[in-house]
Design a protein around this ligand. Structure first.
Ligand SMILES: Cc1cc2nc3c(=O)[nH]c(=O)nc-3n(C[C@H](O)[C@H](O)[C@H](O)COP(=O)(O)OP(=O)(O)OC[C@H]3O[C@@H](n4cnc5c(N)ncnc54)[C@H](O)[C@@H]3O)c2cc1C
Length: 383
């Protein structure tokens, strides 16, 4: 029986454990640095059909329907002109079994966690040293305990310290010169949007997204604002909890977002966005990176979690079929999605009136162009 150590109990690590458990040849342990899995309520997540199809392999289709929402379209609005630009039918990629889904992030994580026996999880564990040979790997943790395993899977997120240990140098993600503002809002505080769809508002150096997370009345709000921050500001962890900083960001947005939305946003949180700069390939054949530890995308294609799930599944297939296709396949797909996410960011944040006029005109044509949609979205949604 092969021993597998998974570092980090986020969406990628938990999904990988779930899918690998279906093969009795593996003995799995997840090592998580926190003393629990964060199930904070309130925030949403979008899952495109490529990941829903894979989640169904571990029973996602049986999750209570009340916890899931299936938007039909993305409605694009201009914040500057206060009009609707166009809509894009994302349900075209749905199948009977796998539909584009929005939900509470905590429900997804709970679903992934609940399916695993509790003895698979070890909390308060941070790897401090890795000794690896082609045969096996020895992990030493900060609490001085150690284990041997045959495979090491680093799924410890964007700030993965395990990645630095594996690659033997300090690897840090890059500030994406943008901050995210998350919150929730009640349907009654919104007017003139279609609650059966995802609403995407394009502003100047800013875009925001509103979508239902279940069949209740609460919608998830996420705004992405282009913002330069100094090194000191980025190193000051308390800045993003500071009420004055948040107020200044919100007042900055008050000339773009409807006052009604700003006044009624609840559970507001603000944080800097970091993305990966490079794709790293561990030299060892028995060590792998998945999820944000492998590569963190800009959040403008809503693919972070979906790609974390996809990568975990591809790794499972690669181990099962004893091939080494994983890394090159993932590298290519990652580059393609990263490029499209960056392009979306550029298009969503235009501020020049001539550029936005042209963009809106082009968008109206493109959403009707089946060939374009099939290529732009299909390349990602059909895995
Ligand atoms: C603003 C924003 C909006 C987003 N919206 C979406 C969306 O709508 N749809 C979508 O698909 N994606 C979205 N994403 C991206 C998505 O959230 C991430 O890509 C995804 O959560 C990555 O999962 P992960 O398991 O790789 O990492 P994480 O979820 O970060 O999990 C890492 C885990 O490892 C643990 N850990 C960290 N360090 C260590 C260590 N040294 N040792 C042990 N454990 C450790 C952590 O405690 C955590 O439990 C969004 C991201 C942002 C920034």
């Amino acid at each position: 029986m092969k021993k597998v150590a998974i570092i980090g109990a986020g969406i990628s690590g938990l999904f990988f454990a779930n899918i690998l458990r279906q093969d009795s040849n593996y003995e799995i342990t997840i090592y998580e640095k926190s003393n629990l899995i964060n199930l904070e309520k309130g925030y949403g997540i979008q899952l495109s059909v490529n990941s829903v199809k894979l989640l169904n392999k571990i029973g996602f289709q049986n999750l209570n329907l009340a916890h899931k929402f299936n938007p039909k379209k993305i409605d694009f609005y201009s914040l500057l002109k206060k009009n609707k630009i166009c809509d894009l039918d994302i349900s075209n990629f749905n199948t009977e079994e796998a539909k584009y889904t929005t939900m509470q992030r905590s429900i997804l994580v709970e679903f992934l966690k609940e399916k695993l026996p509790s003895n698979l999880m070890q909390y308060n564990k941070i790897v401090s040293k890795i000794n690896s040979t082609t045969e096996n790997i020895e992990l030493t943790f900060e609490d001085q305990s150690s284990v041997r395993c045959d495979y090491l899977i680093a799924s410890d997120g964007i700030f993965s310290s395990t990645k630095s240990l594996i690659l033997n140098r300090d690897i840090k993600p890059k500030y994406f010169k943008s901050i995210a503002i998350r919150g929730t809002i009640n349907k009654k505080d919104l007017n003139s949007i279609d609650f059966s769809n995802i609403s995407l508002f394009l502003g100047s150096n800013f875009h925001s997204v509103l979508y239902p997370v279940n069949k209740d009345n609460t919608l998830n709000f996420i705004g992405i604002l282009r913002k330069n921050l100094s090194k000191d500001q980025l190193e000051d962890y308390s800045l993003f909890d500071d009420k004055n900083f948040l107020s200044s960001i919100l007042s900055n947005l008050s000339n773009q977002i409807d006052q009604n939305i700003l006044n009624n946003l609840k559970n507001i949180k603000c944080f800097p966005i970091f993305t990966s700069q490079e794709i790293y390939k561990p030299k060892q054949k028995n060590i792998f990176l998945i999820g944000d530890a492998f590569f963190a995308f800009p959040p403008t294609f809503a693919q972070g979690a979906s790609q974390s799930i996809e990568a975990a599944f591809k790794l499972y297939e690669s181990l099962k079929n004893a091939n080494d296709e994983f890394i090159n396949q993932r590298a290519e797909r990652t580059k393609m999605i990263n490029k499209k996410s960056k392009f979306n960011y550029f298009a969503f944040h235009l501020s020049n009136p001539f550029m936005t006029f042209t963009r809106d005109l082009i968008m109206r044509q493109l959403v009707k162009n089946k060939k374009f949609i099939e290529s732009y979205l299909g390349e990602i949604y059909k895995n």
